[in-house]
Design a protein around this ligand. Structure first.
Ligand code: AMP
Ligand code: GLY
Length: 414
């Protein structure tokens, strides 16, 4: 099977490794890819938003399966155009990707499907905004309705800050604050069936102990030794399966990866958000743990054939830590030289914001690399990830030192 993978982040490098490890994958191409994917696939320098060029490339290469990583091409309708030419595609249509593209849309689907989430109002005027803020009170949760590259959500006790963010959005969703630990739980769907993956936890704030600004994610780990045993089954029954059924009933089946961001509250699980794609950096811990051959799995999802498939997992734990450029997330500095990449057993370096330039590896984005450690338990996986990331040199770069720390301590107490 010839596969074309769209995207260039750490997530895509992890997916590329998973796809290539499946013997069914005979040829792997990436658009645009990164220096990491270049080591295991053929990269093609085409823009993520150039649907016509992407479809033409897939045809020219006689691609059997396209896997779309990031949200932008999904919301741009790339999957629709590929399917229209008969190419099997893992990734939702433009209509189904609205689960990520519009918070208001996602709330409506959850309402119709009976999926538990925060109570909310969608507002378009100052009067509506102020009424919603005063209904829920602090902490205020204010979400830009549209895609905002991780900058759309403000959670604050300060009403003036909440109001000013709300007024800066064209359409805004204001919702009640959900109290409880957050987890990410993904499902792989063919539009009718959805296979839940194991849960992971992401660290969204820039600095240790959840200080600093929100980011795309600074690290992740899986499994979650502290989470209730029934969390996967419960999320399947209360969230994943009803959403897939509702999207199918609307005539816009969701084919691809449904990302549920959940809060485990005292009242039970609540959906914080949906994404229409694999999470980054959660993918960098889930793919190394997944035993089921990835290329075959995603082809089955893309061709409505998941009926008899069950996912298999390795017993090992995985911890991933993001190496961030100085100034990330507000004003990341790029073009720094990256040296001393270690080669340590049971670790994997995933490239994200990197490029080759005149024989050197340089930084090109805020999240530069993700380093995953695999081990018998989280403690060992963590030690390996940190041993590897601490050796990488990039001037001014930083990483959180507390990824999976609490969970690894709790695990020892078990
Ligand atoms: P998002 O950009 O949608 O991933 O949201 C960013 C972060 O905002 C989430 O990871 C949560 O930590 C927080 N958040 C979003 N919605 C809520 C909510 N209703 N209650 C509490 N925190 C929230
Ligand atoms: N890790 C959060 C995301 O992928 O959106």
């Amino acid at each position: 099977m010839k596969i074309l993978l769209v995207g260039s982040g750490g997530r895509e490098h992890a997916l590329a490794l998973g796809l290539q490890a499946d013997p069914a994958c005979t040829e792997l191409h990436c658009v645009p890819g990164n220096p990491g994917t270049a080591q295991i696939a053929t990269n093609h320098a085409i823009s993520l938003t150039d649907n016509a060029a992407l479809v033409a490339l897939a045809k020219e290469l006689s691609i059997d399966l396209v896997v779309i990583g990031p949200e932008l091409p999904l919301v741009n309708g790339l999957a629709d155009q590929l399917r229209a030419t008969g190419i099997a595609t893992f990734g939702p249509s433009k209509a189904a990707a609205q689960l990520e593209g519009s918070k208001h849309f996602a709330k409506g689907v959850m309402r119709d499907a009976g999926v538990p989430t925060a109570r909310s109002f969608t507002c378009e005027s100052q009067e509506e905004i102020e009424k919603a803020l005063d209904t829920f009170n602090a902490p205020y949760v204010v979400k830009d309705d549209g895609l905002a590259a991780g900058k759309g959500v403000v959670v604050t006790d300060d009403r003036a800050i909440a109001l000013s963010h709300a007024l800066s959005c064209k359409r805004v969703v204001i919702e009640e604050f959900l109290d409880g630990p957050e987890i990410s739980l993904f499902g792989i769907s063919d539009g009718r069936n959805i296979l839940p993956m194991q849960p992971a936890q992401d660290f969204k704030r820039a600095f240790d102990f959840d200080k600093g600004p929100n980011t795309g994610g600074m690290g992740a780990y899986s499994p979650l030794p502290w989470a209730p045993d029934e969390i996967v089954e419960e999320t399947y029954e209360k969230v994943l399966a009803p959403i897939i059924a509702e999207m199918a009933a609307r005539g816009t089946p969701f084919i691809g990866l449904l990302y549920a961001g959940l809060a485990l509250t005292d009242l039970g699980i609540r959906v914080i958000e949906f994404n229409a794609r694999f999470g980054d950096p959660e993918t960098q811990v889930l793919i190394p743990r997944l035993k089921t051959p990835l290329a075959t799995l995603l082809l089955k999802a893309a061709t409505d054939s998941l009926d008899d498939v069950a996912l298999e997992w390795r017993d090992e734990s995985a911890v991933t830590v993001v190496l961030a450029a100085p100034g990330y997330p507000d004003a990341p500095q790029v073009n720094g030289e990256i040296t001393k990449l270690p080669n340590i057993a049971d670790t994997q370096i995933f490239h994200a914001g990197t490029a080759q330039s005149g024989g050197s590896l340089i930084s090109t984005g805020g999240r530069v690399m993700t380093v995953t450690g695999i081990g018998e338990d989280l403690t060992q996986a963590r030690d390996r990830a940190y041993r590897a990331i601490s050796q990488i040199e990039l001037s001014g770069s930083f990483y959180r030192s507390d990824i999976a720390l609490n969970a690894s301590v709790a695990e020892k107490g078990n």
